[in-house]
Structure formats: C-alpha cells, structure tokens
Design a binder for this molecule. Structure first.
Ligand code: G6P
Length: 468
C-alpha cells in the first residue's frame, strides 16, 4: 500500500473536468461549470461521499487557478506542463487515437508514425503517469476509481502498479476500432494501449459493439486476450430528461425560440443538427445531402430550413480548423445557390450557445444525426425528449445510439449522400400520427439510463466485480 494514501472513496479521472477558469482584466479568475453526462452523473454520489474528480488544467486560466490554489471542493486540477499536455491531447489523443477509433483516416489524411510521433507518445505516457500518481495519492484504501476515455488509456495499469488495493474502472466514451483498423498503430503502441486499459478491473463501453471490438483487439494484438482479472462491461448513457426539460423552459430559451422562428420563417419545417465541429460528425455530408434534397425535390425549396449549429472544437489542430472552414464554405454555397430574398436555406451558427441549442431542439421537425462513427451521440437522444411537437430522427447506423434508437429512427449509411437526402424527404413527409408514436418510443429508449444511474451502475458493478 502506498504511504501517501488519501481520503477519497470514489474518484473520477478525465482530461476535461467539470470547471474551467478565465482570467479577468483585474487579475481575478472567473469559474465556469460545464454540463454533460459525467457532471450530472457524479452529482448522484452526493457531497458527503468523499468523491474527487481529477482532471487536467486546460487553459492559462486553469493553470493560474492551480498556482494560486484556487479550486472547487471535490475537484483537483493537474498542472501538467503545457507542452506535455499539448503533445498528449492534441498530438496523440485527438490526432491519432480519435482518428483510429472513429476510423477517420483516408487519403490524404494518413497516419504518420515517425520520430515526432514517438516524442509525443512519451508526453502521452507522462500525462497518464501524472494522473496515475495523483489518483494514487488521493485514493483511500480500497477506493473505486473510474478513469475516462482515450486520453487516459495507460493510467489504469500505471495506477494498478502504484496501488494494487484499488478497484479501478476504465470507461470509453468513443467507439472502439475493429482489429483490422486498430492494428494500423505500431505494434508496441497498440499493445501498450490495450495493456493499459486491461490494468483496470473493469473496462466499460457505451455499446456492446464497441466492447466486442475491444475484446477482438485484445485477442488479435495480445494473443491471450482478456486476462481473468478484467471484466468487460456495457453502460449506454442516456439523456437527462428532467434537467433538459427544465432548462429548455427557462426564459432565455424562449427568447431564442422567438428569434429562431423569425430566422426560419413562418410555416417552414426545420431540420436541426447540433454538433461540435469535428470530422466524425459528418456535417459536410449532411449539408450535401440537404443540397441534394433541394436539387432533386424542388417542392421543398422555400418550405424547409436546415438549422445547423456547429460549435468549433479542438481548433489548435489544422485538420479540425480546415473542417470548420469546409462546413462554413458548403453552407454558404447552398445559400448562394438556392437562397431567395425571403428564404435562407441553411442557418449555420458557430458560436456555442446551449440555450439556443435547446431552442432549436424544441422547434425541430427533423433531427439529423449522421456521424461516420460515434461512441453514443447524445443529441440523438436529447432532441426527441425536448422537441415540442415530437420530431423524426434521421440517424446514422454507425452511432452508438443506433443500438437503442435504430428501430424508431430513419437510419442512414453516413457516407451515402443520396440515401441521406431520401431519408430527409421521408422524415419530412412522415404522417403526424407515426411521428408521434415514434417520438414516444424514442423518448422511452433515450431516457432508460439517465446519467446519475449510468454512473452508479458502473460504480456498483466495479465494487461488486461484475461484468455486463
Ligand atoms: C468526446 C470525448 C470526450 C470529450 C469530448 C469533447 O465526446 O469522448 O472525452 O470530452 O469529446 O472533446 P474535447 O476535446 O473538447 O474535450
């Protein structure tokens, strides 16, 4: 047992934490709490449970907060050197691992495993070690630790070596690549990633499909496969209906609905999408499908608007910046080609605004969720829950949410632009009673495992040593 043992009974580790800090002109720091499934999941543990969230400082404001000892109870931010973090987060996690698990490499975007990659890999190891050491320090005897995502694939094994007494879980929010694709990673790196996660007592995923791919990779890369000490589990995170419905009926959302209704124009249908601007979300092909709908079926011109909120993400990386620019370019092209004095075919907004997203959810007639691959995709679950009149979901068969929602959605092959255009037409013409029936079933499936229960289930399974 480590001599530096701490007091926390339940620990979560993730790159992005629940709070971020911004420096003000007068030198003060303003804290902003984020949303998301993990934040509401953790709130289920309550404040007196000795819970601790270990995360990385991501901005200059965050680093300053760590230096000044400013912080929130229950959160420990690690001041990992900025260059180490940049290599681990931008270089390895978001340029390599994200692309492998979402199978995004295609010419001319190819993986490059050279000396620079090896240098960044050393930073990824150091970053993971910083988390493992902090967790080892903070955890009480026998505590449960849930490590999150592809940023921290090595941490479970490192932590196991430091603290064999802990119950360690790893949860992947992304898909997992099948062996033929995963093995494009150098052999030693592929093995190190798998062995890292296998250091956990439990490796959990959002769907059975990703869990099976992980198991297949272990067999293909490591030979003996999953060691007897590690269980593989599945927990499909659902929408937080109470929170979303409450938040969607606050005055700032109502204000934005009024503005959005004016932008859309009276009597028009709304095809809504809300994403981080990121290649796996397949926003460009969604726009091209909408363009094809307008080209092939002129009856929809002036009668429909594509409301696309695409919030820039990971803009330190050129490939994400270029994608954001491509989204904007294609939207402008469609508006130039088809727009009229009284009708803007695509309403593209790029400034992140949660209240406006909820306003769009409420007004949606059709929700377009067409990722190339996606761990789950919560938008697919959230729009039916929040929409005022019920909505038709056009859903990629490659989203994790497909396993739960596919039967009541209109499903698409995300690469098939023509097929997606047809699906949009079908969605727009679905009879009202069928739309209502489908929405009812979508809501039931989408809310089956709300975030708090999702987290508690993982915790209990970890403490009980269960699979499943
Ligand atoms: C995905 C990952 C999360 C990540 C989120 C936002 O859903 O699985 O771990 O937090 O994207 O990405 P970012 O790079 O902005 O944290």
């Amino acid at each position: 047992m480590a001599s530096t043992q701490g007091a926390a009974q339940v620990l979560v580790a993730s790159n992005r934490g629940p709070v971020s800090y911004t420096g003000q002109q007068d030198g003060s720091l303003v804290a902003r709490r984020g949303g998301g499934g993990l934040v509401s999941g953790l709130s289920a543990i309550g404040s007196d449970a000795d819970a601790l969230w270990v995360c990385a400082a991501l901005s200059d404001g965050d680093r300053e907060a760590v230096r000044r000892g400013v912080g929130e109870p229950g959160v420990r931010m690690l001041d990992i050197p900025a260059d180490v973090h940049a290599d681990a987060y931008n270089g390895i996690a978001n340029s390599v691992l994200w692309f492998v698990h979402h199978m995004l490499y295609q010419t001319p975007l190819e993986p490059v495993f050279d000396a620079e990659f090896r240098r960044q890999w050393a930073s990824y190891q150091a970053y993971n070690r910083a988390f493992a050491e902090a967790l080892a320090q903070e955890a009480a005897e026998g505590a449960a630790v849930v490590v999150q995502d592809y940023h921290l694939a090595l941490a479970p094994r490192m932590l196991r070596q430091l603290r064999p007494d802990l119950r360690i879980g790893h949860f992947s929010h992304t898909p997992w690549a099948p062996p033929d694709y995963f093995r494009l990673l150098p052999d030693d790196i592929a093995a190190e990633l798998l062995a890292g996660i296998l250091g956990a007592d439990r490796a959990a995923f959002l769907t059975r499909r990703w869990a099976d791919a992980f198991t297949d990779c272990c067999h293909a890369v490591l030979g003996p496969g999953i060691p007897s000490g590690t269980r593989v589990g599945v927990h499909g995170l659902g929408a937080d209906a109470d929170f979303l419905r409450g938040r969607a009926h606050e005055p700032d959302v109502a204000e934005r609905m009024t503005a959005l209704r004016t932008e859309i124009g009276a009597g028009r249908r709304a095809i809504v999408r809300v994403d981080r601007t990121e290649l796996s979300k397949n926003i460009v092909r969604g726009l091209l499908a909408y363009r094809q709908l307008l080209a092939d079926r002129p009856e929809w011109r002036e009668r429909v608007v594509h409301v696309a909120f695409a919030y820039p993400s990971r803009q330190d990386l050129a490939v994400y910046r270029d994608y954001t620019a491509a989204v904007q370019r294609v939207a402008e092209e469609i508006n130039a080609e088809y727009g009229t004095a009284g009708w803007t075919p695509v309403l593209l907004h790029v400034e992140d605004d949660f209240a406006r997203s909820l306003a769009a959810y409420r007004l949606a007639d059709v929700a377009l969720v067409n990722p190339i691959r996606d761990g789950m995709n919560l938008v697919a679950k959230e729009v039916p829950v929040v929409s005022d009149e019920g909505c038709v979901l056009v859903l990629s068969r490659e989203a994790g949410a497909y396993e739960e929602l596919g039967a009541d959605a209109i499903t698409v092959n995300p690469y098939d632009i023509g097929g997606t255009a047809d699906a949009l037409h079908r969605a727009l013409t679905l009879p009202a009673d069928e739309r209502a029936e489908r929405t009812k079933r979508l809501i039931a499936a989408a809310t089956a495992l709300p975030p708090a229960q999702w987290f508690l289930d993982q915790l209990h399974a970890l403490q009980a040593g269960q699979a499943g």
